[in-house]
Design a protein. Structure first.
Length: 217
C-alpha cells in the first residue's frame, strides 16, 4: 500500500489532557500537509480545528463520553449536539463499558442507539468505541452486534487509555460487524508495519498520534 493510501486512512489524533492550542494548530497543519483523513481532538479545540481545516478535505473529529463511557446518555447526546455546533463532522463515542461488564446490555443498547440517532440526525458520522482490551470474547461480540444493529458507521477498538488495538480484535470485529459496519483500529499504533497489518486484517481507519512517523517509515 502506498504512503498516500495509508495517510487517507489515518485519523491524526491528539487527546492528551495537557494538549495545548499550539499543539492542535500543529496537528492540523500536519493533517493538511500529509492528507490525513481527519484530526481527532478533544472538544475544547473543535472551533480551532474547524477554522484551520475549513476548505480542506480533512474532517474535524471529536470524542464523546471520553474516555470512560460512564456519562449518562443525556449528557452524551448534548456533547454530540455541541460538537456539531462547534464544527465536528465525525464523533467517536464511548460505549458504557461498566454497564457492558455488568451484563446490562439493554442499557448499553439504548445508549448506543440514542447516540447514533442523534449524531446521524444532525449529519455526523459516528464511531462507537468498545474498549476491546477490557472485554472478553463474548462481550466483544455482543458489543459489535449492538453497534451494527444501531446503524453506526464504525466500531472502534479502543480509546488508547486502557490498551490498544490488536490484529486479532480487528479481524473479529470485521467478521462480526459484516460489510455494513466499518472498523477503526486505535491505540498503540506507532509503526507503518503495524498499521499495514491492521488494515490487512480489515481496519478501515487507523487512529494514531504517530501518523507522521507511520507514513514516513
Amino acid at each position: 500500500m502506498k504512503q498516500v493510501d495509508i495517510a487517507a486512512r489515518i485519523d491524526h489524533t491528539l487527546l492528551k489532557p495537557d494538549s495545548t492550542e499550539k499543539d492542535i494548530v500543529n496537528l492540523c497543519h500536519e493533517a493538511v500537509k500529509y492528507s490525513f483523513a481527519s484530526v481527532c481532538i478533544n472538544p475544547t479545540y473543535l472551533c480551532t480545528a474547524a477554522r484551520l481545516l475549513h476548505g480542506t478535505t480533512i474532517v474535524p473529529t471529536t470524542v464523546v463520553g471520553f474516555p470512560l463511557g460512564a456519562a449518562i446518555t443525556e449528557i452524551k447526546l448534548q456533547e454530540i449536539l455541541t460538537a456539531k455546533a462547534h464544527g465536528a463532522r465525525e464523533v467517536d463515542v464511548v460505549m458504557n463499558i461498566g454497564r457492558a461488564k455488568s451484563g446490562d446490555w439493554n442499557t448499553v443498547k439504548r445508549d448506543i442507539e440514542a447516540m447514533v440517532h442523534t449524531a446521524q440526525g444532525c449529519g455526523l458520522k459516528i464511531k462507537v468505541i468498545i474498549e476491546a482490551s477490557l472485554l472478553d470474547e463474548a462481550e466483544k461480540q455482543k458489543a459489535t452486534e449492538i453497534t451494527r444493529e444501531s446503524g453506526a458507521d464504525y466500531i472502534k477498538t479502543s480509546t488508547g487509555f486502557f490498551g490498544g488495538a490488536t490484529v486479532e480484535d480487528v479481524r473479529k470485529l470485521k467478521q462480526w460487524g459484516g460489510s455494513e459496519l466499518k472498523v477503526k483500529a486505535s491505540g498503540g499504533i506507532k509503526t507503518q508495519e503495524f498499521a499495514l497489518e491492521l488494515l490487512a486484517a480489515g481496519a478501515d481507519r487507523i487512529g494514531t498520534s504517530s501518523g507522521v512517523m507511520i507514513i514516513g517509515d
